[in-house]
Design a protein around this ligand. Structure first.
Ligand code: ZN
Length: 261
């Protein structure tokens, strides 16, 4: 009987300590506040580029941690959090880190089958780096070009128009009047039909401007059947297009907010 009483006593003590802890940090209310702040941030269209945001709440004090792309976003995030009921104070620890401009491409062949992707990144010193991961393509050298319209209608991909040429030049790096900003030379596909290659295009950008790949009407990347001689108009004798993909600004999702704590 004594043992039972002791266990009960210990149980009561633990319960009491537990209750004390619970009332000290008010976890239930704070979890709700954190969830509300996260939901508000996720719903705010002005904040649709937020990344790696971590929200915690303690006694009505909301801490914002992580990185945002600009001072303006840092300010707006704080303003949004402050507008949530139950928030006493916002501790704004957000760091400002401009995000690299990126874009992506998903290639299809003339039958509409998916044949790989490209990831595009703005280089810090200018230009755009294309990282291509291709498969199910004929082995050998293939001309690679950015075209002036972001439409890939199979089977001939004529919908993509001419080579992207905002500077009014002629085709090919070996052409004295060259080259088109969208001329990316040749890539080599291995005997297994795959290629994992990087190409950098110094004239191109993903930022706003004349040579931007992100423009009204879009742009596309085309892989040709044959080798580009890098001098013949209008397309370096590279044969017909065999694959096409639209360049799309990499979308940002709010999942980063929801997946943190
Ligand atoms: Zn060209």
């Amino acid at each position: 009987m004594k043992t039972v009483m002791t266990i009960m006593g210990l149980g009561c003590l633990l319960l009491w300590v537990g209750c004390q802890n619970q009332s000290a940090s008010r976890p239930v209310r704070d979890a709700t506040t954190t969830a509300t702040v996260k939901a508000k941030l996720a719903a705010d269209v002005r904040l649709d580029t937020l990344t790696n945001l971590d929200v915690t709440t303690e006694n009505g004090n909301v801490s914002l941690n992580g990185t945002v792309e600009s001072d303006e976003l840092k300010r707006l995030s704080e303003e949004t959090a402050r507008g949530v009921s139950g928030v006493a104070r916002v501790i704004n620890n957000l760091q400002i880190a401009p995000k690299a401009d990126t874009a992506k491409v998903e290639f299809i062949d003339s039958t509409g089958k998916q044949v790989g992707t490209a990831s595009l990144t703005e280089e810090s010193g200018g230009g755009v780096r294309f990282r291509l991961n291709l498969n199910k393509l004929p082995p050998g050298l293939h001309g690679l070009h950015v075209h002036e319209t972001g439409v890939c209608t199979k089977p001939d991909f004529k919908s993509a128009g001419k080579h992207f040429n905002p500077e009014g030049k002629q085709h090919g790096a070996e052409n004295p009047m060259g080259f088109h900003a969208g001329d990316l030379g040749n890539i080599e596909v291995g005997s297994d039909g795959t290629a994992d290659v990087e190409v950098t295009a110094p004239q191109l950008t993903l930022k706003p401007g004349e040579n931007s790949l992100i423009r009204p009407g879009g742009t596309a990347v085309i892989i040709h059947a044959g080798r580009d001689d890098q001098k013949s108009e209008p397309s370096g004798n590279s044969g017909k297009p065999i694959a096409c993909g639209i360049i799309e600004k990499a979308p940002f999702t709010h999942s980063a907010i929801h997946t943190t704590r």
